[in-house]
Write a protein that binds this ligand. Structure first.
Ligand SMILES: [Zn+2]
Length: 393
């Protein structure tokens, strides 16, 4: 290889960062379209919106895996001793992504994008109608596409490892098997012990709490937890989520159940935890690996830290329970702080992950993993229909 001067290396790095920024800008435009799709778009807009997102996803992919990008990454990686430690880390993470994603074609990326948009819409319909058959075919299509993705990129021990890579870099299903086996043994026993004791009363959470007043309290919570309202906003959605367009524009959503206050309280605190992490990422690395969340596990650790360690603690409510009582004077007039604290920590199973208590939440993750792992392999249809107790039709 021709000898490169420090100046050549610096200009090549800047060139690479310039392309990375363009890819990030397209990615952000996709995120805005997705946010709008889930927050306020009319149903009729779905087919064209899916197409728009797919087109932009294809463009971002083509730009990020172009041969020019590959050459820049290779050259910089080979001489990363001439880069700063931060630049070298960026390049090394970019290389990992390039090596994986350059194996996927633009048409595959677009097909995957359309399938995900379609599936989301059908999931919404299936959920409203409480009818899995509406979502079944869309889910089957996604499973097939993800299997194809793992096979195209390649894997060593298990196809699930490759799919996991996107969310938990370098973690394997073998490690997860070991981790969950240990957690499960202790947790099952712990939950059983709790369930044999007298249960706390949380019936005060199951009353009528007007939507608008819940919304106002949610905004109070966001502000108190340190969410920068000038760098984000909150909206309603069917499934609470956080989405970032940059650290200076991180949106959260929440949902309300007028018959159950807990739904909104912990969704809001949970999403606020995600948002605080995103708002805290360095703007100087916008669009670069160093400016992005390191893994989904770390992301979730932030949301759950706020939700459980803070949002279900006595210390937190010592500071905020009076405000909650003032907001809902009729509903909470007879509930003291200690009873409130005990009630919000009730341990009881639920079918909905986002409403799960601190302990049962882990089971949702483990069950999800136990469903997903076999799905990543061939003959998955038989496996999932068996797991769901349905006929393989
Ligand atoms: Zn979360």
């Amino acid at each position: 290889m021709q000898h490169q001067t420090v100046m050549d290396i610096s200009s090549s790095y800047q060139k690479l960062i310039g392309i990375t920024r363009k890819v990030a800008d397209i990615g952000t435009a996709i995120a805005v379209l997705q946010w709008d799709k889930e927050v306020g778009m009319p149903t009729k807009g779905i087919p064209f919106r899916s197409q728009q997102i797919a087109t932009l996803s294809g463009m971002a992919h083509e730009l990020s895996v172009s041969p020019a990008v590959g050459e820049l990454i290779e050259m910089l990686h080979a001489q990363d001793n001439l880069l700063t430690p931060e630049e070298a880390r960026n390049v090394s993470l970019m290389k990992l992504n390039y090596d994986r994603y350059s194996k996927l074609s633009e048409s595959f990326v677009m097909r995957r994008s359309v399938a995900c948009s379609k599936a989301y819409h059908q999931w919404v319909q299936a959920r409203a109608a409480n009818d899995f058959s509406i979502f079944k075919d869309a889910l089957a299509e996604i499973v097939t596409i993800k299997q194809e993705e793992a096979a195209t990129i390649g894997f060593e021990a298990h196809p699930y490892d490759e799919l996991l890579n996107e969310f938990e870099p370098d973690y394997t299903s073998r490690q997860l098997d070991e981790l969950f086996a240990g957690v499960k043994v202790k947790l099952v026993d712990f939950v059983r012990q709790i369930r044999t004791k007298a249960q706390v009363d949380n019936s005060f959470l199951h009353q009528f709490f007007p939507k608008q007043t819940q919304w106002d309290f949610s905004n109070y919570l966001l502000q108190k937890l340190g969410y920068d309202v000038d760098a984000g906003r909150q909206d309603w959605s069917r499934h609470p989520f956080t989405i970032s367009f940059s650290p200076q524009d991180v949106r959260v959503t929440t949902r309300v159940d007028e018959q159950y206050l807990g739904n909104l309280l912990w969704s809001s605190i949970h999403e606020c935890g995600h948002a605080l992490y995103e708002q805290g990422l360095p703007t100087t690395h916008y669009g670069q690996p160093l400016g992005r969340p390191i893994s989904l596990g770390i992301h979730e650790s932030q949301s759950r830290l706020w939700e459980n360690n803070v949002g279900r603690s006595l210390s937190f409510w010592k500071g905020h329970y009076q405000q909650l009582k003032t907001t809902f004077p009729t509903q909470l007039s007879q509930v003291g702080l200690n009873d409130f604290y005990k009630g919000i920590n009730l341990v009881a199973p639920t079918l909905i992950r986002t409403e799960a208590d601190e302990l049962h939440y882990h089971f949702h993750i483990m069950i999800r993993y136990e469903l997903e792992k076999p799905l990543s392999k061939a003959h998955w249809q038989l496996t999932i229909w068996k797991l769901l107790g349905m006929n393989a039709t």
